[in-house]
Design a protein around this ligand. Structure first.
Ligand code: PMP
Length: 322
């Protein structure tokens, strides 16, 4: 736990897990001035605990803070505090939960003030929770649908950062999609409603004719850390990777021509999530629902191998908690 007051961040403290006591006027509850991150620590066979891309997550945290007018904490200090917190008890990364620990830093405006203005005081909390293996019984492909009725993010808005404000408005459209038999929404751009952006908590990739395509970071898409890891690996494997605006229509056209080989989402929770189908205005692309594609499988094996230290960490993605 860390507090911002008198114009600066105070030293971090380890405190027992417990409820917060907040004024009903706490600014963040009213105006959503809050930012968070989601990352994971992994325990290797010999008991070492390593966090996946800690500095990159903290850099994104700070970029999110900048957009939300929250004073940035010192990323080095915060990184050290997170490692120290986990190192208190390595059994927090328990075997029975797949040897992984989810780490959730959150910062929020703490002023008890109903004025709409940036707060003077903030609280930063890091909470952790063991996470089970995402795929216990093999991969479970997701079925996506576009929506005509809702948008996720606009240019100039906050879609490219990780703030609570982006998630609340997606709950109703996601609920409706579920009622119609879909797992999640694949969001299109707000302005022309034809460019693919991302999925609820994942970025999206298409493998077409042996090459990889993903929407470019256009100011309304969250720059996923897993997305970046996939791009680095594809690059190393000499798989051409195109980051550019992608229309939903061109994906359907490539599918019609038989060129669409694989679709998968990327994110911290599942790492790689095969996409079984995409529905758009009643037209459907269906991939092989029972299978994960070979490229997605290779990515999954490589990233999880690095995370659990069974493969060499050539990119220095892992940082040891010491
Ligand atoms: N998009 C959104 C909106 C997300 O919430 C997430 C999960 N953080 C992602 C993409 C994937 O990002 P990452 O790979 O960093 O988990």
């Amino acid at each position: 736990s860390m507090e911002y007051r008198d114009g600066q961040w105070q030293q971090p403290k380890v405190v027992p897990f417990g409820d917060l006591s907040l004024s009903p006027a706490t600014a963040t509850l009213h105006y959503g001035q809050t930012v968070f991150e989601g990352m994971k620590a992994f325990k290797s066979e010999d008991g070492d605990v390593n966090i996946f891309r800690l500095q990159d997550h903290l850099n994104r945290f700070n970029n999110s803070c900048a957009r939300m007018c929250i004073p940035q904490p010192d990323a080095n200090l915060l990184g050290k505090a997170i490692k120290k917190l986990i190192a208190i008890d390595r059994d927090w990364v328990p075997e029975k939960y797949g040897n992984a620990l989810y780490i959730r830093p959150i910062v929020f405006a703490a002023d008890a003030c109903l004025g709409v203005k940036p707060a003077q005081t903030y609280r930063l909390i890091v909470l952790t929770s063991p996470v089970g293996a995402y795929y216990e019984e093999g991969f479970d492909p997701v079925n996506l649908t576009t929506t005509e009725d809702y948008i996720r993010a606009v240019k100039g808005g906050s879609g490219f950062v990780k703030t609570a404000c982006n998630y609340g408005p997606t709950l109703l459209p996601a609920k409706k999609a579920k009622e119609n038999g879909f797992t999640q929404i694949i969001w299109l751009d707000a302005h022309e409603h034809k460019y693919i952006e991302e999925v609820g908590t994942m970025n999206i990739f298409f493998k077409i004719n042996g090459e990889l395509y993903t929407p470019s970071l256009n100011g309304s898409i969250l720059g996923g850390i897993t997305r970046d890891s996939v791009i680095q690996l594809a690059d190393k494997w000499d798989t051409p990777i195109h980051q550019r605006p992608l229309t939903i229509d061109e994906i359907f056209e490539e599918d019609d021509k038989g060129n669409l080989e694989e679709i998968f989402g990327t994110g911290t929770a599942a790492v790689i999530s095969p996409v079984g189908s995409i529905n758009h205005k009643g037209q459907t692309i269906v991939t092989d629902r029972e299978q994960i594609g070979p490229f997605a499988q290779r990515l999954y094996d490589t990233i999880t191998g690095i995370q659990y230290s069974t493969l060499e960490d050539t990119y220095q993605w892992m940082s040891s908690i010491g």
